[in-house]
Design a protein around this ligand. Structure first.
Ligand SMILES: NC(=O)c1ccc[n+]([C@@H]2O[C@H](COP(=O)([O-])OP(=O)(O)OC[C@H]3O[C@@H](n4cnc5c(N)ncnc54)[C@H](O)[C@@H]3O)[C@@H](O)[C@H]2O)c1
Ligand SMILES: O=c1ccn([C@@H]2O[C@H](COP(=O)(O)OP(=O)(O)O[C@H]3O[C@H](CO)[C@@H](O)[C@H](O)[C@H]3O)[C@@H](O)[C@H]2O)c(=O)[nH]1
Length: 372
């Protein structure tokens, strides 16, 4: 099996590439590195001990995709992680989010269609449930969707709708719309993990940077939510569990003789507040995480967590790692890589370098499809 992983250098993508390689799958990682480093992929290849093909390009550039999808090794499926993911940032930059997340996915679908590749796993999000009424918690996949609170969430919901319409018109497509809850943690080796560029938007990387002294204080956005301790509640899931969920999804789709439109929550089923995360992190690592409670962040909602039963039923998959595991693995990654991948330059793969995954496997394709 040969899988194209868009956004393969990113946080979830890199862990999924590794797990795919470990399962004997051939992988092409496609990324424009707007929020990641090629070094993540070099480390994935080292950990896997197997060759990983890396292509630099943008999903909005159909020509780049066309080159891979019509390359010498036929692609069996696409896992589409490429996109922007910050709820708060999307409120300030909506057009950038719609362009990348919606337009990018449309270009990918078009390129897949032209190459007769009809299996797609799409990174959706629990934010498509909007601000769920308490009676809908824990959230089943059938809970009301689409009353979104940020351009980011709307962009993912728009793609979900598009994929449903695509499947209606062309039922031979095998599509999984995976609604992730809050992925955190890192590979237990401490070699790959979440490496935000600049100030982290997400809670766990911010907490670990405060614990290590890189940043002085965590700002907790809102202490007056209608939750047990007043702080926001989310369903944090270990990125390794999530990676395993993707491989389980691909295995499931590969067994389908007919087309399929699968919609699944990938979460643990447990809601944890921001303060619970902070205190668990402190207990696991022995490090203090000074914090202050500030006003709510635009686009945030008070609380949501998954009903994870459908994924268990369809995939025979469920998350096994605890919040303590998530904190311990994040901390191992943070201490081993205080600056993330940022000390290792993006020029880590100079053309012809012996250090590259394989000089023949790294193709650089710019947005206008001219070699760079
Ligand atoms: N991390 C989360 O909390 C979370 C939760 C739900 C859904 N998701 C979705 O899952 C996907 C992966 O998330 P992540 O946490 O790994 O994010 P990430 O930012 O670490 O990874 C995304 C990757 O996609 C690449 N990318 C972005 N736009 C691209 C483009 N136009 N062309 C090619 N590459 C592009 C980035 O460089 C990055 O390597 C995203 O689509 C995100 O919206 C993430
Ligand atoms: O510095 C921070 C960062 C976050 N939070 C809070 O921590 C919680 C989690 O926030 P964050 O880690 O930013 O995740 P979300 O905003 O819940 O969104 C994440 O999880 C969604 C799925 O649930 C994904 O779709 C998004 O891409 C991903 O960014 C929220 O209550 C935030 O208000 C803080 O208090 N301080």
């Amino acid at each position: 099996m040969h899988v194209l992983v868009t956004g393969g250098a990113g946080f979830i993508g890199s862990h999924t590439c590794l797990h795919l390689l470990e399962n004997g799958v051939d992988v092409t990682a496609f990324d424009n590195f707007c929020n990641s480093s090629p070094d993540a992929l070099r480390r994935v290849q080292e950990l896997a001990g197997r060759r990983l093909q890396v292509v630099e390009g943008d999903v909005r550039d159909t020509a780049s995709l066309h080159v891979i999808l019509n390359g010498p090794t036929p692609v069996d499926a696409v896992v589409h992680f490429a996109g922007l993911k910050s709820v708060g940032e999307s409120v300030a930059e909506p057009v950038r989010y719609y362009d990348n997340n919606v337009v990018g996915t449309l270009h990918l679908i078009e390129a897949m269609q032209r190459a007769n590749v009809f299996t797609l796993v799409f990174s959706s999000t629990a934010t498509v449930y909007g601000n769920p009424a308490p009676e809908h918690l824990p959230l089943k996949e059938t809970a009301p969707c689409g009353q979104t609170h940020s351009p980011y969430a709307t962009s993912k919901w728009m793609v979900e709708r598009c994929l449903a319409d695509l499947h209606l018109a062309q039922p031979h497509w095998r599509i999984a719309r995976l609604r992730y809850f809050n992925p955190v943690g890192a590979h237990p080796s401490g070699r790959i993990g979440e490496s935000p560029l600049g100030i982290p938007n997400n809670l766990m990387p911010f907490v670990s940077q405060v614990a290590s002294g890189v940043r002085p204080t965590l700002s907790i956005f809102g202490g007056d939510y209608p939750t047990p301790d007043g702080t926001g509640v989310r369903d944090y899931i270990h990125v390794m569990d999530l990676a395993e969920g993707h491989v389980a999804t691909l295995k499931y789709l590969a067994t389908r003789k007919e087309g399929e439109l699968l919609t699944l929550n990938l979460g643990t089923g447990e809601g944890r507040s921001v303060l619970e995360v902070v205190h668990t992190f402190e207990a696991v690592t022995g490090q203090a995480v000074p914090y202050q409670i500030v006003s709510r962040r635009s686009g945030d909602v008070p609380a949501y967590y998954a009903n994870a039963a459908q994924a268990q039923k369809m995939l025979q998959w469920h998350a096994t790692r605890t919040l303590e595991d998530m904190c311990a693995d994040t901390w191992r990654w943070q201490t081993a890589n205080p600056c993330g991948y940022q000390n290792e330059s993006n020029a880590i793969y100079p053309k012809g370098s012996a250090d590259s995954p394989s000089t023949s496997t790294v193709h650089a394709i710019s947005r206008d499809n001219k070699g760079i």
